[in-house]
Design a protein. Structure first.
Length: 261
């Protein structure tokens, strides 16, 4: 599939798995019965995200304006709002059907996002230099147009701002074909990929951002086979650099970065 087809697949996936029942309301009671397994899975993912909030509290805790890219139903944005209620938090995703379910998560966490809407990661339509922090949780590997996305991130960040790609599958180029084959076999219906951190570093530098890669072989919310694999990576840290491993990426926009518009 080309990039446009992949994006349409993402949009169609959320449309086919709508959370709302025939009542058409967005109340918690209107969640369709088929959506409950997904809701429970998202709560399991939240355990990992809470780890990331603690690990990067210096950024989440001090940011006055936060943007999530590729947030799906933006439950992670809701958690950010819970922990930092004074921040202006905006959640986005490419699929309008996903954004329709945001009010359900707002009710679950008893918060109200400052904004949420559907847009592409590389074309948000937002004004430049409006955010202290931009983040994506376990979704940047769905972005097809990485260079354009990092260009947009650089445009949106305030000088000195930070973008975080959290809990992303990454691997060295040598392992990419095998790791991509494995990921395609276990895909749940939408295009997925692995991040090649060196390529992202080059893209980020093009738009005035430095990159830091933090290898993060967490054991939280892993299946049995994954748990054994990541236990091995944790026991022998040197392997993390040479094998596929989950990672957190930090992109820092320098005070005097070029205008990426």
């Amino acid at each position: 599939m080309d990039f446009d087809q992949k994006e349409q697949t993402e949009i169609d996936f959320w449309r086919k798995t709508s959370w709302l029942d025939d009542s058409g309301t967005d109340s918690f009671q209107s969640v369709s019965t088929t959506a409950w397994p997904t809701l429970i899975n998202r709560m399991a993912d939240a355990q990992v995200f809470l780890e990331k909030l603690r690990a990067f509290d210096r950024y989440f805790g001090s940011a006055k304006s936060v943007l999530e890219l590729g947030g799906g139903q933006c439950w992670a944005s809701c958690l950010v709002k819970v922990r930092n209620p004074s921040a202006k938090v905006t959640g986005t995703d490419i699929a309008p059907a996903a954004i329709e379910a945001v009010p359900i998560w707002e009710r679950i966490f008893d918060v109200k996002l400052d904004n949420s809407f559907a847009c592409k990661s590389y074309d948000t339509g937002l004004p430049a230099s409006g955010f202290d922090l931009i983040f994506s949780f376990s979704s940047a590997h769905h972005f097809g147009r990485h260079r354009l996305t990092l260009k947009e991130i650089s445009r949106l960040l305030n000088p000195g701002g930070v973008a975080l790609y959290l809990h992303e599958p990454a691997c060295p180029p040598f392992w990419y074909p095998l790791a991509k084959w494995r990921m395609d076999r276990r895909s749940y219906g939408v295009p997925e990929d692995l991040l090649l951190t060196g390529k992202l570093r080059d893209f980020a530098a093009e738009f005035g951002m430095t990159t830091k890669v933090v290898l993060a072989p967490t054991l939280t919310n892993r299946g049995p086979i994954q748990a054994v694999y990541y236990l091995g990576l944790r026991a022998i840290p040197l392997l993390q650099r040479g094998m596929p491993c989950s990672a957190d990426l930090l992109f820092h926009r320098a005070e005097g970065a070029i205008d990426a518009r």
